[in-house]
Design a protein around this ligand. Structure first.
Ligand code: SF4
Ligand code: SF4
Length: 436
């Protein structure tokens, strides 16, 4: 979808100067009648205004495309949506920033910048050089310490640990998707080697697209566990007043699986954090699609508070924290990890990859026709999006001089927060009456 629309007025004399002016090929003559200029192809326009300046008739004008301006809402800005579309189309890293005229700060993750100082070091080989950068993450519970007997034999029992090649899982448990989309997402998970989080009652629609070990079923009743394959390595249960009994029930039924609890972030969470960290293997913290919790606090601040709390309790290293919601751009993945997550799950971005416009409400007049998406289309678009995001994470890690994404967890010292920068710059400076 073009961001700008190029229009040719009726006073055009078909001189063809615009065709010569536009190096992007937006202006062409009519193939059937070369005496006439064809309608400008706004999709090719880069908004350089050269044709407008060169036109002797002042017949050309450029305006913002209203359809583009109407895309998305809140966190899901038109630029983020079209960027995801391009990433899903090409699998490539987007080139943004040239001539950027937008804001340099905003709410949530937009008020946080990463320290890219290593990007200027001339000895670096870049992400495709000889220095390996790992995007692998571990999902599971780690012992607080390792014990050995007098002969150096390890005494500590290690539990299940899932090693993922990328720091994100795909999560369709909060999305309304057709069985075709579900199978397409599963095929993408197989390509990427990550995990698919889905409601337990959706498993039958997968028709064996992926092995059970790549699924993370979300269970509403612990008895459902009896119908789930023994190969499943991680199950999740929704947080409720009975979460302890649910966790115990799941452990009794499936001692070899990891157990996670999905909990909506709120200020109340802090009171239960320590108990949750002692009982569960994975704490899955949920935010809304705009990256806020029930109290309106952004992911950035909620995650940092939870991480700091668990560090001070000495429990942080033992559990895995997943964060869901409000991930509208690749840079938000490492930012979530810096704020304290081990990994994230992608949700709305997966639908946007298929053409969703993240409208304020879904309705029957949906222009994206998501329901008609064939499975292989879903598989390729989602794989492309994730590949592009993974490459962007690599670029960020390289520019930060960090060789392992796991080292980024909780590294707030490698980020700049707007309020800190503001305080450092303006502390002690106060406005006053102007003295003539
Ligand atoms: S330069 Fe102006 S007058 Fe000439 S063909 Fe283009 S729009 Fe028409
Ligand atoms: S503004 Fe620039 S890129 Fe757009 S049509 Fe005119 S010459 Fe081509």
């Amino acid at each position: 979808m073009p961001r700008f629309v190029v229009q040719r007025a009726a006073n055009c004399i078909n001189c063809g100067k615009c065709e010569r002016a536009c190096v992007y090929g937006a202006h062409k003559r009519e193939p059937t009648d070369p005496r006439e200029m064809a309608e400008p192809n706004s999709n090719l326009c880069k908004n350089c205004f050269r044709c407008v300046v060169d036109c002797p008739q002042r017949a050309l004008s450029i305006k913002v495309n209203e359809e583009y301006r109407a895309l998305g809402k809140d966190l899901w800005t038109p630029q983020r949506i079209t960027t995801i579309w391009n990433e899903a189309e090409s699998g490539a890293i987007p080139v943004l920033g040239a001539g950027y005229r937008g804001d340099f700060a905003g709410p949530g993750f937009d008020a946080m910048w990463t320290d890219m100082s290593e990007i200027v070091r001339p000895t670096r080989d870049g992400i495709h050089g000889r220095e390996s950068i790992s995007t692998n993450v571990d999902i599971g519970r780690k012992p607080p310490l390792l014990s050995f007997d007098g002969k150096g034999k390890l005494l500590t029992t290690m539990g299940v640990m899932i090693d993922l090649p990328v720091p994100f899982l795909l999560d369709v448990s909060r999305l309304n998707v057709t069985s075709n989309i579900l199978r397409g997402m599963a095929a993408a998970v197989r390509d990427l080697g990550t995990l698919l989080v889905l409601r337990a009652d959706s498993i039958n629609y997968l028709d064996g697209t992926i092995p059970a070990g790549m699924m993370v079923p979300v269970i509403t009743n612990v008895r459902d566990m009896d119908r789930i394959s023994g190969e499943v390595r991680l199950v999740e249960v929704e947080h409720s007043s009975a979460w302890r009994a649910d966790v115990q029930g799941l452990r009794d039924r499936r001692p070899g699986s990891l157990v996670g609890v999905r909990v909506r972030s709120s200020t109340e969470l802090e009171f239960e954090l320590d108990d949750l960290a002692r009982e569960v293997d994975v704490l899955h913290v949920l935010f809304d699609e705009n990256g806020r919790d029930g109290d309106g606090t952004y992911v950035r601040d909620s995650l940092r508070a939870a991480h700091r709390h668990l560090v001070s309790s000495g429990l942080r290293d033992q559990i895995t924290i997943l964060s869901s919601g409000g991930l509208a751009a690749a840079e938000m993945v490492p930012k979530s990890i810096i704020c304290g997550a081990d990994a994230v799950t992608l949700e709305t971005a997966l639908l946007v990859a298929l053409g969703c416009r993240a409208c304020s409400t879904c309705n029957e007049d949906c222009p994206s026709d998501l329901e008609g998406s064939p499975g292989d289309y879903v598989q390729h678009r989602v794989t492309n999006l994730c590949s592009s995001w993974r490459d962007q994470i690599l670029e960020m890690l390289g520019a930060m001089g960090i060789r392992d994404v796991r080292r980024l967890r909780g590294e707030t010292g490698r980020a700049i927060f707007q309020e800190d920068a503001h305080r450092d710059a303006f502390q002690g400076i106060e406005g006053g009456e102007r003295i003539e």
